[in-house]
Design a protein around this ligand. Sequence first.
Ligand code: SF4
Length: 419
Amino acid sequence: MKDRILVHICCGVDAVYSLRKIKELYPDAEIKGYFYDPNIHPEEEYELRWLETKRVCDDLGIECIKGEYQLDLWLNKTKGLENEPERGERCSVCHDLRLEKTSQLAKKIGFNKITTVLMMSPKKDFDVLKSIGEKLANKYGLEFLAIDFRKGGGVEKMNKLSKEMELYHQNYCGCVFALFQQRKGEYIPELTVFGRGRPAGSREELLFIKKIRLYAENLGLNCKEEEFQFIGWKILSSSLKINKEPVFHNVLYGSGSINGLLRVRVKEIIKKDNLTIFKLNKGNAEIWGLDTELKEISLKNPRFLTSPIFIVGREITEILYSNPKIEMQLKTEFNPLTKSRNLIIGSENAENIISFHSDTLLDGSEGVSEEEIKKAILDNREDIKGGKTAVVIFGAKHIGSIGEKVFKENQNSLPSAIS
Ligand code: SF4
């Protein structure tokens, strides 16, 4: 009987070499992937790892089934084990759940062997995985393939392939409990979710790029990611009171913190395009009044570690002309290691560049839809293949068109551009 192997997959990085190894060891077998990982938090991270898994499987011509995201089930199973260290009892329960579901699916679809790419990770205990896998395979009348993918330079090969494919490389195993232990009370950006928005440097922005990449690669187009680093920013807390009443406001990207409570009055009013700038009598803070409803502002140029700027809508702008009492508080934080990327579909030297951007403002506005970009890729597919046209999706547009600047700088540094 022909071997039919169901491979449990947790992420693209762990799958990229191990799937090749399974194909090499079982050249005549039918191989299918199963992405069942309700341990991954939050769901956006789960989606990101799924997309990268899909890319790896598509590249190898292996079908991969996406399992249900059964977070409640996972939380129930691991109840009481939240404080267990990594590689402890919680991890055994976590492996057990994922491999039991894999066994059940294998049985259901008539596969006779199971294995898991978790055995690729140097952070996982091979013997524990082997014993759980064998116990479950036995229970369901299957065979568990205990393959030590790390042997014979497996980890180096995995890293090389993962780099070549520009795979997303997560920096935590998957669950919140391990993440809490790993970061010990620090702010955890991985757990920040932006709803509809895809702010520059967020996982949502990355997810968007990866979705487009998967689409383009499945059309047979070459893709390249151009990663860049910038100073990320976020608000910890903010408050603006006019005549003691709290008012709705936004804070401009890059604003520094205010030390304590700032009590001020308007000192000077400057009109600039559709803005009224209220300079204040103390500190370096400003209030920018819009002549529209309150909305976010997109930056034309990067703005780093500068004066705190609050933004208010038309109604509050009008009140500010009456020189009211103003109270301001602001705490922000900077992360110099924030990353975004450009996605280049086709050749960066193409004569026609069709450009889009991947990020949105914090409130989800001013973004380009996935459909719009996919349509442009499809309509120009032949020209992209022929090297005449490229579609480029720039990252971090709303905080000063950083992606576009990086792309242009890199283009100018190409030898052909210098000569
Ligand atoms: S650390 Fe990883 S293996 Fe362990 S419980 Fe969390 S997600 Fe599962």
